[in-house]
Write a protein of this length. Structure first.
Length: 295
C-alpha cells in the first residue's frame, strides 16, 4: 500500500476530526430522542437504552476486527453491529411524532453508524494487507469482456486462496502456456495421454512453462536433490519447493524485527504467493518463539 502524500495527509487531518464531530452529533441526537422516548416507555433509567445500543455498535465492530486480526474469526459477531443499527434506527423512528420527525430521528444515528463502518473498513483493509488474507477484486471490465474465463479465474482464486489479483493473472498466463506445451507434446488428446501427476500439478498451478524463471527460483537450497525437476516432462518444471522457500525466508528475514514478520513483507521479499507467504510467516514465528522460550 503506497504511503500518503503531503496533501493527502493534510486532507486526512481535516476529514478525521470533522467525521468524529459529525458522528458525535448523530450519537447525541440518538441519545436525546431515544432516552426521551424511553421515559414514555416506562424505563426507570432511560439513559441506559441509547447508551447500551449505540455504544455496542463500535464495540462489537472492533471486537470482530480484533478476532480477524488474531486469526480467531467468528462470523456471527459481524452481524451484531448491523442488527443493533436496525434497532437504533427503529427506536429513533418510533420516538418521532410526525412523519418528518420520524425521518429526521431515524437518519441521525446513521451518521454515527456510518463513521463506525468507515473506520472498520479502513482497519479491515489494513488487516488484510498485513496478513495477506484480503482477496483483491477482479476488474469489472474483465467481467464484461470475458465473463466465462473471469469466472474460472475467480473460482481458482477462491479455491487456492490466491488473494493477489495480479498474481492470479500471472498464474493464469503460466497455466495457459503449460497447457499449450502439453498439447504440443501429447497432441489433442493431451488430457488422456499426459501423466496424471502433471495434470494435477497443472490444476494446482505448480508447473512453470519452459524459459520461465520465477523470482523464488533464484534461491535454491544448497545440495538439494533435483529429482523433482528431472521427473518433469519437457517444457516445464515444478515451482520452488517448501524447503527452498523456507531457507530463503530465513535468510531474508534474519535481521527483521518481530513486528515486521508478516505475510505481505515476506511475499514481497521472496516473490512467493500469498498462501505460501502466510505459511512461511507462521513457520518463522514458531521458530522465533522456540528460540526465545527458556529451557
Amino acid at each position: 500500500m503506497s504511503p500518503l502524500s503531503v496533501g493527502e495527509r493534510a486532507l486526512l487531518g481535516l476529514v478525521v476530526p470533522a467525521g468524529v464531530a459529525v458522528g458525535g452529533l448523530g450519537l447525541v441526537a440518538s441519545f436525546d430522542s431515544v432516552s426521551s422516548a424511553a421515559v414514555r416507555w416506562g424505563f426507570t433509567d432511560p439513559w441506559m437504552l441509547p447508551v447500551g445500543i449505540d455504544a455496542a455498535i463500535p464495540v462489537f465492530t472492533a471486537a470482530s476486527l480484533l478476532l480477524v486480526r488474531v486469526g480467531m474469526r467468528l462470523a456471527w459477531v459481524r452481524f451484531v453491529p448491523w442488527g443493533l443499527t436496525l434497532i437504533t434506527c427503529w427506536l429513533n423512528i418510533a420516538a418521532g411524532e410526525s412523519a418528518s420527525a420520524k425521518v429526521a430521528h431515524g437518519s441521525m444515528p446513521l451518521l454515527w453508524v456510518g463513521l463506525s463502518e468507515i473506520a472498520a473498513h479502513v482497519y479491515a483493509v489494513r488487516i488484510g494487507v498485513a496478513t495477506g488474507a484480503r482477496m483483491e477484486r477482479i476488474r469489472r471490465s474483465r467481467w464484461l469482456f470475458a465473463p466465462l474465463t473471469t469466472l474460472a479465474l475467480w473460482r481458482r482464486m477462491v479455491l487456492w486462496e490466491t488473494t493477489d489479483y495480479r498474481e492470479a493473472l500471472a498464474l493464469e498466463k503460466q497455466r495457459l502456456m503449460v497447457r499449450a506445451e502439453l498439447r504440443e507434446s501429447y497432441g489433442r488428446a493431451w488430457r488422456r495421454k499426459a501423466p496424471h501427476r502433471d495434470l494435477v500439478l497443472l490444476r494446482l498451478g505448480e508447473l512453470a512453462p519452459e524459459g520461465h524463471v520465477p523470482a523464488e527460483e533464484e534461491a535454491k537450497e544448497p545440495g538439494a536433490p533435483a529429482a523433482a525437476e528431472e521427473r518433469a516432462p519437457r517444457g516445464y518444471r515444478p515451482r520452488m519447493t517448501w524447503e527452498a522457500a523456507l531457507l530463503k525466508a530465513r535468510q531474508e528475514t534474519a535481521e527483521w524485527p518481530a513486528e515486521r514478520l508478516d505475510a505481505d513483507p515476506i511475499r514481497k521479499a521472496i516473490g512467493c504467493s500469498q498462501q505460501r507467504s502466510r505459511q512461511l510467516r507462521d513457520a518463522l514465528r514458531a521458530e522465533r518463539d522456540q528460540q526465545h522460550t527458556p529451557l
